[in-house]
Design a binder for this molecule. Structure first.
Ligand code: FDA
Length: 384
């Protein structure tokens, strides 16, 4: 069968690209090996889909070329997607830090995208593996269909049990497009045996500032039985490279806090002072690590300042990450140097496009990754 475009992947990027192209009059076929479209949308945001972020800006994305995402993000913004959500009467709310969620269910977003595809007469074929791709005379042939445009929208390998694969990289390789080495991102970090402090307190969460090099995120961290997780840690994980140290601020004004506690309750011990600002189990573990057994009144201010340093700059060196099985996204991917930032078309292969997570553009936690999926999808959909 002949089409104007074949889109590989019925995720957020592929569906919005298909709807955009279809509504502009293109005959579009979407292929996906999964038995349902938009599976990652359905599980996103705890089932409520954090579909965009009010604060979306290019600096909220990682890429070898930090300028690449600017064009698509500026031509299809968070406000454009929000307008679409409102047109479908989907109730939404802002949770925190500009993150917008459905009041009801993520299924509303998938239903909206499918309705948009229907308006564009898009044909969606599910449970269809993408096998060999032939390319001759300016046309792409795949799964018995043929078109002059082929869009790679198969995402990245994060969460393989949901059907995620590295197919995008295989296709890129087939057409000679370079890759930026993919790696798990927005992913929990693991700690070695010497960091027992954290393991004893698995399940404890608290507000923190997590920092790697000069990049810092002020959000909650969660101590897990394998290491560290929670939004602040997931954010810095995207910037972290093996061997690097991560620094956690548990109490911003720890020196002042400890000196004030000493004046107020000189007979109390370190643990009591810490427990005023931190969860009990964390206060216990930190007091043990500080190793100070005297009452606060017997500790000099200089010694208190040393203890405070551990609370403001607790350093640890992760042994690794929990990998693709737990990574919310994949950083790296198809090198943006291979693509037009305006249309997402490969510079060297006319008619071949790549969008969404398959591309080396990775957003922060908080709706930024979907906004990239929407923006890059619309950029390609308009160009087809
Ligand atoms: P996506 O992965 O969504 O779609 C790719 C499609 O290609 C899938 O339908 C897949 O079945 C198909 N495919 C893959 N390999 C194939 C093959 N070999 N043959 C055929 N088809 C194939 N982001 C955000 O902004 N807000 C949020 O709330 C969340 N929450 C969240 C929770 C969890 C648990 C995860 C894992 C991820 C998130 N994300 C997120 C990230 C977000 O889900 C992700 O960035 C986008 O879904 C990427 O959209 P794409 O369309 O590029 O890929």
């Amino acid at each position: 069968m002949d089409y104007d475009a074949i889109i590989l992947g019925a995720g957020g990027a592929g569906l919005l690209a298909a709807a955009t192209a279809g509504q502009a009059g293109a005959r579009v076929l979407v292929l996906d090996h999964a038995d349902a479209p938009g599976k990652k949308i359905l599980i996103s945001g705890g089932g409520r889909c954090n579909f965009t972020n009010r604060e979306t800006e290019p600096h909220c994305y990682l890429s070898e070329n930090p300028h690449f995402a600017k064009s698509a993000l500026s031509r299809y913004t968070q406000w454009d997607f929000l307008a679409l959500v409102e047109r479908y009467g989907i109730a939404w709310h802002e949770k925190t830090l500009g993150q917008l969620f459905c009041d009801g269910s993520a299924k509303q977003i998938v239903d909206m995208l499918l309705a948009e595809c229907r308006l564009g007469n898009v044909e969606i074929r599910l449970s269809t593996p993408v096998g060999e791709i032939a390319h001759a005379d300016g046309r792409f042939q795949v799964a018995g269909a043929s078109a002059p445009a082929l869009v790679i929208a198969t995402g990245g390998p994060s969460i393989p049990k949901m059907g995620a694969t590295g197919k995008a990289y295989e296709i890129a390789d087939r057409f000679g497009l370079k890759l930026v080495t993919p790696r798990p991102a927005l992913v929990p970090l693991t700690l070695g045996k010497d960091e027992m402090l954290f393991r004893e307190i698995s399940g404890v969460a608290c507000p923190t500032i997590a920092r790697v090099r000069d990049i810092a995120f002020e959000e909650a961290s969660l101590f897990t039985h394998k290491g560290l997780s929670g939004p602040a840690i997931l954010q810095v994980s995207s910037y972290w490279s093996p061997g690097e140290t991560i620094e956690l601020t548990l109490v911003k004004d720890a020196a002042e806090m400890l000196r004030a506690a000493k004046r107020r309750m000189p007979r109390a011990h370190m643990k009591a002072a810490l427990a005023e600002r931190l969860p009990n189990r964390l206060a216990d573990a930190l007091a043990e690590r500080i190793g100070e057994t005297r009452p606060l009144g017997a500790i000099t201010d200089a010694e208190l300042d040393l203890a405070a340093d551990m609370l403001t700059r607790l350093r640890f060196r992760p042994t690794g990450t929990e990998g693709y099985a737990k990574a919310e996204v994949t950083a790296g991917g198809i090198d943006t140097a291979e693509l037009s930032s305006k249309t997402m078309e490969a510079k060297g292969v006319s008619g071949l496009y790549a969008i969404g997570e398959a591309v080396d553009v990775t957003g922060w936690l908080g709706g930024y990754n979907f906004q990239w999926a929407w923006a890059s999808g619309v950029a390609a959909g308009k160009a087809i």
